[in-house]
Design a binder for this molecule. Structure first.
Ligand SMILES: Cc1cc2nc3c(=O)[nH]c(=O)nc-3n(C[C@H](O)[C@H](O)[C@H](O)COP(=O)(O)OP(=O)(O)OC[C@H]3O[C@@H](n4cnc5c(N)ncnc54)[C@H](O)[C@@H]3O)c2cc1C
Length: 554
């Protein structure tokens, strides 16, 4: 890689070294920042999730043409680039050993709403909250609503096929993306519907060399894809085989096929009314039947709080949580919830209906109790997102919950389980003493066991966060060798030199392991960071201030 440390670097002080490398290595003509000093590298060594990997350098392009120049420079030299939005992704796709590309200053076109078409176009670095802030005065919104919406970028959401509590009704990002604008690994700007730019060379290579094989294998690809309501694992080859839309393929590609620079998305009318049910279940076996009874009534959210979650928040909860409760479902309707209450009679231990804003708010408080508690854990006890995103068919939820609890117990971790039951999709936080010498080995075992269980249940390791570095080694096992081979050919067509996010999503060979102790932000072998930087990054994590511009901290 061109940005390797020269022998002279060793003789320079950290401050001068930064200047020296920046002078030597910044791509000629780049107008944005480019830094390879220890402080800048450390600031971009972490995202949400478990990894800490020091990049060679950090680039902050000023606009899309600056980004294209950077990519062409990297392609000529074979320098790896790690596209990055807010860094709130949990799968390790926003960190890496190459040049981290902070896109938050490059793709800031403000949202333009087309009221007649009910669509919006905006830059990829605009946050979900900012887009909705522009749409809501017109009675519109983008429905997939990640709980990270205050800070995550729309580019990050498209790249991971993000979703949220309302996906049970509205689906994931892919359903709402009409077109994407992007810069390819050749440094060429394009748009998925070919408008305004024509087709890029990368897309043409893909359409000529790989798309025919994908179309010819449509039935096999569909059979290899987990039959789950949501999936952010693998490339969406099955969807592309049906639709022929490049946008469907780029959504969920986690910065490995192209860098997204702008989006055109469909918007939906804001719901007029919302009611909520709180459904209490006395046994795990009732989770599947309750979810299956509620889904046909058309909930807009169907969330689960497992016993492990209720035990964790019990001390902080305003309401009494009976100890025999195995799970609570919070069910939202855009309209009257009475039909739903009737649907779970005979399954639920109790059902509470709220239709005024204050009572609805009180019921949902339960769902929001965990985050502050997790953030205030003592420093040695960390909440880790490693098996945090599995999704199964909703009727298999009870088996999956039991498997999650058992794997955590066998590996010596506490676990807190909650999530989007309507989609069969669960989040699971492992609580780990990261000072224990064998914790990384137990973590890897837990990941291995839970992933094997997800696959055995016909599920997917990722419902909405993506594969990243964490789950990339499991894509072949989830989808099978033929699917993986077509994913590899897809990647090669878009990015022949392999400069976009290597080690993320689809591995070029099967050999890469995951969760190496010296690539984690916790544990005794975590890479050392300059004084003060680890504490600043930890503060961002504790306070969920992922919108912080890292260069400002330097
Ligand atoms: C507290 C918290 C709550 C969360 N809740 C949810 C939730 O409810 N639903 C959900 O889906 N996720 C959730 N997430 C995960 C995360 O917020 C989402 O994955 C989000 O979409 C990532 O956006 P980002 O801008 O932070 O992207 P990053 O984390 O910077 O990047 C994520 C991935 O996308 C790629 N990428 C980013 N921008 C681009 C681009 N412009 N072009 C190409 N590739 C790009 C990166 O390379 C990386 O692989 C949560 C995270 C946190 C910390």
């Amino acid at each position: 890689m061109n940005s390797r440390v020269s022998p002279r670097r060793k003789c320079l002080s950290s401050r001068r070294r930064g200047r020296y490398l920046a002078r030597v290595h910044a791509p000629p003509g780049l107008r944005g920042e480019f830094r390879s000093d220890d402080v800048a590298r450390a600031l971009y060594s972490e995202g949400a999730g478990i990894f800490r990997i020091l990049p060679e350098a950090v680039a902050v392009p000023k606009d899309v043409s600056d980004l294209a120049l950077l990519v062409r420079w990297a392609a000529e030299r074979g320098v790896a680039l790690v596209p990055r939005g807010a860094g709130s992704g949990m799968q390790g796709g926003n960190v890496g050993a190459g040049v981290v590309v902070d896109l938050t200053r490059a793709c800031l076109d403000t949202p333009v709403i087309d009221l007649e078409a009910q669509t919006a176009r905006c830059g990829a670095s605009v946050t979900y909250r900012a887009l909705n802030g522009a749409a809501q005065p017109h009675g519109l919104h983008l429905p997939p609503d990640p709980s990270s919406g205050a800070f995550c970028t729309l580019g990050g959401m498209a790249a991971t096929n993000a979703a949220g509590a309302h996906s049970v009704k509205y689906g994931t990002m892919r359903r709402w993306v009409r077109a994407l604008e992007f810069v390819t690994a050749d440094g060429e700007a394009g748009r998925t519907d070919g408008q305004s730019h024509g087709r890029t060379a990368a897309e043409q290579r893909f359409l000529a060399d790989v798309a025919p094989a994908i179309r010819a294998s449509a039935a096999d690809l569909a059979a290899s894809t987990p039959q789950t309501p949501k999936n952010s694992s693998g490339y969406a080859l099955d969807v592309f085989a049906r639709s022929g839309r490049t946008a469907d393929l780029l959504v969920g590609s986690e910065g490995t096929l192209a860098v997204i620079t702008a989006l055109e998305v469909a918007l939906a009318p804001l719901p007029a009314e919302r009611t909520t049910l709180l459904v209490t279940l006395g046994s795990l076996e009732q989770v599947g039947p309750a979810v299956l009874a509620l889904r046909p009534v058309g909930p807009s959210a169907l969330e689960l709080l497992d016993r492990t979650y209720l035990d964790f928040v019990r001390g902080a909860a305003q309401r009494h949580l009976a100890t025999g409760t195995e799970a609570v479902l919070l069910v939202e309707f855009e309209g009257n919830g009475r039909e739903a209450a009737a649907a779970v009679q005979g399954i639920a231990t109790s059902v509470e209906l709220a239709d005024d804003a204050a009572t609805v708010g009180r019921l949902w408080e339960l769902r929001h109790l965990a985050s502050p508690l997790l953030a205030s854990l003592p420093d040695h006890l960390r909440s880790l997102q490693v098996v945090e995103d599995g999704c199964v068919a909703p009727d298999r939820l009870a088996r999956y919950i039991a498997a999650l609890r058992a794997a955590a117990a066998a590996c010596g971790f506490e676990i807190v389980i909650f999530g989007h039951a309507g989609d069969g999709h669960l989040h699971a936080n492992l609580l780990a003493d990261v000072t224990a010498p064998d914790f990384a080995r137990r973590l890897a075992t837990c990941l291995e066991q839970v992933t094997a269980e997800q696959i055995a249940l016909g599920g997917t390791p990722s419902g909405e966060h993506g594969d990243g570095r964490l789950r990339a080694p499991f894509v072949g096992r989830t989808f099978g060798a033929a699917y993986l081979e077509l994913c590899r050919r897809t990647r090669t067509a878009w990015d022949p030199a392999g400069i976009l996010n290597p080690g993320v999503k689809i591995l070029r060979t099967d050999d890469a392991g995951t969760l190496r102790p010296d690539a984690l932000k916790v544990g005794l072998e975590a890479p050392a960071l300059p004084v003060g930087i680890a504490a600043r990054l930890r503060e961002i994590e504790r306070t969920a201030s992922w919108g912080t511009f890292r260069m400002e901290l330097a």
